[in-house]
Write a protein that binds this ligand. Structure first.
Ligand SMILES: [Zn+2]
Length: 280
């Protein structure tokens, strides 16, 4: 059979006919290109399901925007978004902004809790870091796929902390984790990203600290491990670079839900709202 092409999303969603599913499965066993496309689609989908909000908080919007009631045009805009499946990154970003606003508003500054609790395998990450094989297992993420992942909100920077260059990117752990390796030629920094929120029960060995003005969890030693979550994504750094450079790397990565007080966040939400209301 030919490549999956436009059927990749339907395949991931299980919406192909039984025979087409079968044909696609057979094809995927021998076609690396399509297999990678399917893997990427799963990641993108998991990201979207994490950040998408179920419905429009119309009353919240009205009160935040200082409106007695939402004008019809805005209601229609909302209804449209509420009905549509967020296929485009722009829509996903709007939904994510609303989730931030809603959470900041409703929970009085409690951290965003979006998505399932996850516990990255910290000990395995540390063992792999020290292990004889420095090559990560998993499938290589192409540069094009890296760009697409970036478009969908994954942090896939070429450089972290000024001089740590990305030397590899792979999908690992049943393709639920993006693993990026950085180095300056001597020291190394491994960055893992997955959807979810940190499971606090698995952080007994860690202590909460401030890094670059944000709350993170740190396990000292060699390698040092730093982990945090932000808007439904868990970030974990495993590294032997010095603490100052770890802080710079953290500063380069998403951590908005932990770096400011609730007042600032609602203010930022209002800024974002006025920008998309102007655009709607
Ligand atoms: Zn193919």
């Amino acid at each position: 059979m030919p490549h999956l092409g436009a059927d990749v999303a339907a395949y991931v969603d299980g919406q192909l006919s039984a025979s087409a599913m079968h044909d696609a499965s057979v094809h995927l066993e021998t076609c690396d290109d399509c297999e990678k496309a399917v893997r990427q689609q799963r990641l993108v989908k998991s990201r979207m399901s994490t950040v998408a909000t179920p419905g429009p908080p119309a009353a919240l919007l009205a009160s935040l925007a200082g409106l007695a009631s939402a004008p019809p045009v805005r209601e229609r805009w909302w209804t449209r978004i509420g009905r549509s499946v967020p296929f485009r990154a722009g829509v996903v970003l709007v939904s994510a902004s609303l989730a931030v606003i809603a959470t900041a508003y409703a929970m009085g500054g409690a951290h965003d809790r979006i998505g399932d609790e996850v516990a990255p395998p910290y000990n395995r990450y540390a063992a792999e870091f020290d292990g004889p094989s420095r090559q990560r297992s998993g499938d290589v993420i192409t540069a094009a796929a890296m760009d697409d992942l970036t478009d969908f909100g994954w942090a896939c920077h070429d450089v972290l902390a000024g001089d740590l260059r990305r030397v590899s990117g792979t999908y690992t752990d049943d393709n639920e984790v993006i693993a990026l390796q950085y180095t300056d030629g001597f020291a190394r920094l491994n960055l893992f990203e997955q959807t979810g929120v940190l499971d606090a029960d698995e952080l007994a060995d860690f202590r909460p600290e401030q890094m670059a003005g944000s709350e993170v969890w740190v396990r000292g030693g060699s390698p040092m491990i730093v982990t945090w979550d932000d808007d439904g994504t868990v970030f974990t750094i495993v590294t032997d670079v010095g603490r100052d450079r770890v802080e710079r790397a953290v500063a380069d990565l998403p951590r908005s839900s932990h770096e400011r007080g609730v007042g600032d966040r609602v203010g930022e939400g209002l800024d974002r709202m006025s920008s998309w209301m102007g655009a709607a």
